[in-house]
Design a protein around this ligand. Structure first.
Ligand code: SF4
Length: 320
C-alpha cells in the first residue's frame, strides 16, 4: 500500500533531522507542523498549495514543506525526542480525509504531546470523532477571510456552510474550536475587527496572520498589509482576546479604517510588554517567519520582542 505523503514545515524538518544538534540560527520552534497531502484543489487565490497556480505544491504562506519519506512512527519518535516541541499541529490539503483520520489516530498512539488539528472535518460527526481522541485539544477550521464577500473572492467552497459548521462546532465543543484569519485579503479593518469580536463572543479563538504575496499565485501583486496598521490591529486583537476592549470602544472612519480606541492603562501595559505582537493561535504555536522573510521585522513575533523592538513598534503605532 502507498504511504500517504507527509510533509513537515522547514523548521520542523531542521529540528527532527539533526537530533541533539540544534542548527545554529534556527528560530525557536515550539510546535511541530505536519501536513498531509500531495496536492490541494482548494483553489485559494493567495496560496501556493492550490492546484490553480504553478509555483509548486510545497509551500504554505512563504514556508516550504519538504516531504519526509519515513514511516509515521519514525517521524513522531523524532518529534517526541525534541524537547522544544510543546504541540503537534496536523494540517491537511484536501487529498483524503480518511488518510488524515488514520494519521491523527496513529499520532495519538505514538505521542503524548498536545495536538491541534487544522482541518475542515466536513461535518460534526467527524469533528466529534477527532476531538474524542486522546491528546487532541483543538480543532481549527480556517475561515481565512473575515467576510463572506472576501471569502467568495479568494477561496472556493461555500462561506455559509463553512461558518455554519464553525459556529455549531463551537457550541458543541466550547473552547476547543479555533480558526485562522488573514489580514490583507481585501477586507476593511472594521470587518476584521468585527469578525474578531464575533468570534470572541462565540468562544472561538483564532490565529491571525498577515497576507504574504507569493510568486505565481493570482494574488502575487497584492501588497502585504501596512505594518503600522497591522500593529494597530494586533493591539485591538489583544484587547478583544483579553476583554480589555468591547464592542463600541473602537471607532472607524467611513472607509472602515480604525480611527480610535479606548487606550486603557491595561492596554498600554500590554503594549509595553510586547505580548500583543506575538503569534496568536493555539498555545505554543509560534510559526516563525510565516509572514515575512528572516531578517525583516516580523509581523508575528515568534518570541517576545526585545526592548529595542518594542520601542520601534511603539513608534509604528504612533505613526513615527
Ligand atoms: S493556531 Fe497554530 S497550532 Fe493551532 S491549528 Fe492553527 S497552525 Fe495549528
Amino acid at each position: 500500500m502507498l504511504r500517504p505523503v507527509i510533509r513537515v514545515s522547514a523548521a520542523t524538518a531542521a529540528l527532527i533531522s539533526s537530533p541533539g544538534k540544534r542548527p545554529r540560527n534556527l528560530p525557536i520552534c515550539t510546535t511541530a507542523y505536519l501536513l498531509l497531502g500531495s496536492h490541494c484543489s482548494g483553489g485559494c487565490r493567495f496560496c501556493s498549495a492550490s492546484a490553480r497556480e504553478t509555483a509548486g505544491h510545497t509551500r504554505l504562506s512563504r514556508i516550504t514543506w519538504p516531504v519526509v519519506d519515513l514511516p509515521v512512527a519514525n517521524i513522531i519518535s523524532s518529534i517526541n525526542n525534541c524537547s522544544e516541541f510543546k504541540r503537534i499541529c496536523v494540517q491537511m490539503t484536501i487529498d483524503s480525509l480518511q488518510d488524515y483520520l488514520d494519521l491523527v489516530e496513529q499520532i495519538t498512539r505514538l505521542s503524548s504531546i498536545s495536538i491541534s488539528l487544522s482541518v475542515n472535518p466536513g461535518n460534526r460527526e467527524t469533528a466529534s470523532g477527532l476531538l474524542k481522541l486522546q491528546h487532541v485539544e483543538y480543532l481549527s477550521l480556517a475561515l481565512d477571510a473575515a467576510t463572506k464577500q472576501v471569502f467568495e473572492q479568494v477561496k472556493s467552497g461555500s462561506w455559509d456552510q463553512h461558518i455554519r459548521l464553525l459556529h455549531s462546532l463551537a457550541e458543541e465543543f466550547p473552547g476547543r474550536i479555533r480558526t485562522h484569519l488573514i489580514m490583507g485579503l481585501g477586507e476593511t479593518e472594521k470587518e476584521l475587527v468585527g469578525r474578531m469580536l464575533d468570534l470572541k463572543e462565540r468562544n472561538i479563538a483564532w490565529g491571525l496572520f498577515a497576507f504574504f504575496p507569493l510568486k505565481s499565485t493570482p494574488m502575487e501583486h497584492v501588497p502585504q498589509p501596512d505594518q503600522a496598521r497591522w500593529r494597530l490591529i494586533q493591539v485591538l486583537q489583544h484587547g478583544i482576546l483579553y476583554n480589555l476592549l468591547k464592542n463600541g470602544s473602537i471607532s472607524f472612519d467611513s472607509d472602515g479604517k480604525v480611527l480610535n480606541y479606548h487606550k486603557s492603562l491595561a492596554i498600554n501595559k500590554a503594549i509595553n510588554s510586547g505580548t500583543p505582537f506575538l503569534t496568536t493561535g493555539c498555545p505554543g504555536c509560534n510559526r516563525p517567519y510565516y509572514n515575512e522573510r528572516p531578517g525583516h521585522t516580523p509581523y508575528n513575533f515568534h518570541r517576545l520582542p526585545d526592548q529595542e523592538e518594542i520601542e520601534s513598534i511603539i513608534e509604528q503605532l504612533n505613526g513615527g
